[in-house]
Design a protein around this ligand. Structure first.
Ligand code: NAP
Ligand code: MG
Length: 491
C-alpha cells in the first residue's frame, strides 16, 4: 500500500511526518498507516497544481489530447479492477461484488469524460444571436483553474472519479483530499496517473484529516474552485471558506430521501427496490431511500414481506462469498447509528427487525439491517440522515398526503415512486422537491445523467455534461463591426 502523498508527479512523505491508522471495519485491524498531510503539504500541492495550470501544457492541450490521458487512466483502472476492489473492501467494508461494480463505474466515468473532452474540440464555441447585427457574439468555455476536491468514504474511488475526471477533461488541475477513513484507493489513483504519464502537478493527492488537510485546502487562496461531497455541517464550512475569496463552489451533501409506494404496486418488486434503496452499500449512500411511505391498504402485507426478506440478508466480511451486507465504515458511524436508533425508539419508534449487532459477529462494526415503524413525523429517525442500513416505514392515506410527507424535509437529494399507474408516477415525480427522481426503482445511477440535490442537499450538479460545466468558465466574446461607427460621444 502507498505510504506517501502524490504531489507534482512524485511521492513525498508528509512534511511534518505524521501518519494515521487505517482500519478494516470488518475485523477492526489496522491495515495501513497512511500519510497525514497538513497545511504545509496542501500548500506544496496547490503550488504544483497552480504551476501546472498557469504555466504547464495541460489547459492548452486539445480536448483530444487530454482524452488520451483519461482513457489511459480508465484502461489502467480496468486492468486493476480486482485489486482496487479488494482494497476498497478492506478500507470501506462493502461486499466485493459492489466494490467491483464501483471500480467498473470509475473506469466508465473516466471514459465518459474523455468523450466530453473531445466534444469540447468539436464545439469550441457557441454563436449567440443578438438583436443588433452590428455586433457578433460567441461563447467560449475555459477551464476554471485549480480545483480542490474533498470527498467522503462511501464510494472512495468512484467519488474521486466524479470530480477528477470532469476536472481533468475540462483542463483544470486538481488537489484531491480523500476521507481519512478510506484513503487507500485514492493514493492508488496517484499511481494510475503516474502510469498514464499525466503531466506533473495536474493531479495531486493529499491524504490527511479533515481539519488538518481538508480545511487548509478549502481556505487556500491558490484554489479557484472547490468541489465537495460529504455532510451538511462540513459543506457549510466549505462554503464559508469559499465565501472569503469568492471561490466557485459545488456541494453534494446528504439526504433523507422518500420512496412512495402505492397499493397497486407489485409487492415483490416493491420489496426488492425498497431493499436495494436502503441496504445496498450498507445504506451508506447519500441518495438512499431511507423513508418509505406505503399506501395504507398495502402497508401491513408489504411490511410483513419486507421484514421477512430483510432477515434473510447475509451479513459478514465483504470479502466472503455471498455477503450482501458488510460492516459500517467505522467505530464512529457504528456508535452514531446505534445512538440514533436508541433515540428514535425512546421517541416512540418500534423496531420491526434489526437494530443490533448480528449474533456471531463479535468483531467488526456490524449492524443488522434495520426496519423502524410507528415513528411520528418529528422523530429524529424520520427527519435526520442516519447513513446506514436503517429504513423508516410509514403508511399514507392518499397521493396528496404522500407528497406532503415526502417533501417535508430540509433535504432534497432523491425521491422514488412506485405504482402500476404511470400517469400517477409522472404526477408524483413532478411534485417531488428533489434533484433525482426514480420511477419504479431506486438508486440506479448513470454517468450520463445529472446528480445533485435541492434544498440542503447541495448546490450544482455532478455527472453528465453538468459535471463538466462545473469546471468550465463561460466567456462571451462580443465584437463590434469594424466598418460601423458607434457615435455616442463623437457625433
Ligand atoms: P464529512 O465528515 O462531511 O466528510 C467529508 C469529507 O470532508 C472528508 O474527506 C472529511 O475528511 C472532510 N472534512 C471533514 N472536516 C473538514 C473540514 N473542517 N474542512 C474540510 N474538509 C473536512 O462527511 P462523512 O461523514 O465523511 O460522509 C458522510 C456524509 O456525506 C453523509 O452526510 C452523506 O449524505 C454525504 N454524502 C453525500 C453524497 C452526495 O453525492 N450528495 C455522496 C456521499 C456522501 P475526514 O474524513 O478526514 O474527516
Ligand atoms: Mg468524517
Amino acid at each position: 500500500m502507498r505510504d506517501k502523498l502524490f504531489i507534482n508527479g512524485e511521492w513525498h512523505l508528509p512534511l511534518k511526518g505524521g501518519r494515521f491508522p487505517v482500519v478494516n471495519p470488518a475485523t477492526e485491524e489496522i491495515i495501513a498507516d497512511a500519510p497525514a498531510g497538513t497545511a504545509e503539504d496542501i500548500n506544496t500541492a496547490v503550488r504544483a497544481a497552480r504551476v501546472a495550470f498557469d504555466h504547464g501544457p495541460w489547459p492548452k492541450l486539445s480536448g483530444r489530447e487530454r482524452a488520451g490521458y483519461l482513457r489511459a487512466m480508465a484502461a489502467r483502472i480496468e486492468e486493476r479492477t480486482q485489486d482496487l476492489a479488494r482494497l476498497e473492501v478492506l478500507d470501506n467494508g462493502k461486499p466485493l461484488p459492489e466494490a467491483v461494480w464501483d471500480i467498473e463505474d470509475t473506469a466508465g466515468c473516466f471514459r465518459f469524460y474523455a468523450d466530453l473532452a473531445e466534444e469540447l474540440d468539436a464545439n469550441p464555441e457557441e454563436v449567440i444571436p443578438l438583436g443588433d447585427d452590428r455586433f457578433s457574439s460567441r461563447v467560449v468555455r475555459e477551464p476554471v483553474g485549480v480545483a480542490g476536491a474533498i470527498i467522503p468514504w462511501n464510494y472512495p474511488l468512484l467519488m474521486a472519479a466524479w470530480k477528477v475526471a470532469p476536472a481533468l477533461a475540462a483542463g483544470c488541475t486538481m488537489v484531491l483530499k480523500p476521507s481519512e477513513l478510506t484513503p487507500l484507493t485514492a493514493l492508488e489513483l496517484g499511481a494510475i496517473a503516474e502510469d498514464a504519464g499525466l503531466p506533473a502537478g495536474v493531479l495531486n493527492i493529499v491524504t490527511g484529516l479533515g481539519p488538518d488537510a481538508g480545511q487548509p485546502l478549502s481556505e487556500h487562496p491558490g484554489i479557484d474552485k472547490l468541489a465537495f461531497t460529504g455532510s451538511v455541517p462540513t459543506g457549510s464550512r466549505i462554503m464559508a471558506a469559499a465565501a472569503r475569496d469568492i471561490k466557485n463552489v459545488s456541494l453534494e451533501l446528504g439526504g433523507k430521501s422518500p420512496f412512495v409506494v402505492f397499493a397497486d404496486s407489485d409487492i415483490d418488486k416493491a420489496v426488492e427496490w425498497i431493499m436495494f434503496g436502503i441496504f445496498w452499500n450498507q445504506g451508506e449512500v447519500c441518495s438512499a431511500t431511507s423513508r418509505v411511505l406505503v399506501e395504507e391498504s398495502l402497508y401491513p402485507a408489504l411490511l410483513t414481506r419486507l421484514v421477512e426478506e430483510t432477515k434473510k440478508i447475509s451479513i459478514g466480511n465483504g470479502l466472503d462469498d455471498g455477503t450482501l451486507l458488510g460492516p459500517l465504515v467505522s467505530k464512529g458511524q457504528y456508535d452514531k447509528i446505534h445512538a440514533m436508533i436508541e433515540r428514535g425508539v425512546s421517541g416512540g419508534a418500534r423496531i420491526a427487525t434489526g437494530g443490533k449487532r448480528p449474533e456471531g459477529l463479535q468483531k467488526g462494526y456490524f449492524l443488522e439491517p434495520t426496519i423502524l415503524t410507528d415513528m411520528s413525523e418529528d422523530n429524529i429517525v424520520w427527519r435526520e440522515e442516519i447513513f446506514g442500513p436503517v429504513v423508516c416505514v410509514k403508511p399514507f392515506r392518499d397521493e396528496t398526503d404522500a407528497i406532503r410527507m415526502a417533501n417535508d424535509s430540509r433535504f432534497g437529494l432523491a425521491a422514488a415512486v412506485m405504482s402500476d399507474d404511470l400517469d400517477r408516477c409522472e404526477r408524483v415525480a413532478r411534485a417531488f422537491k428533489a434533484g433525482i427522481v426514480w420511477i419504479n426503482c431506486s438508486q440506479p445511477t448513470f454517468t450520463e445523467a445529472p446528480w445533485g440535490g435541492y434544498k440542503q442537499s447541495g448546490i450544482g450538479r455532478e455527472l453528465g455534461k453538468w459535471g463538466l460545466s462545473n469546471y468550465l468558465e463561460v466567456k462571451q466574446i462580443t465584437a463590434f463591426d469594424k466598418n460601423e461607427t458607434w457615435g455616442w460621444y463623437l457625433k
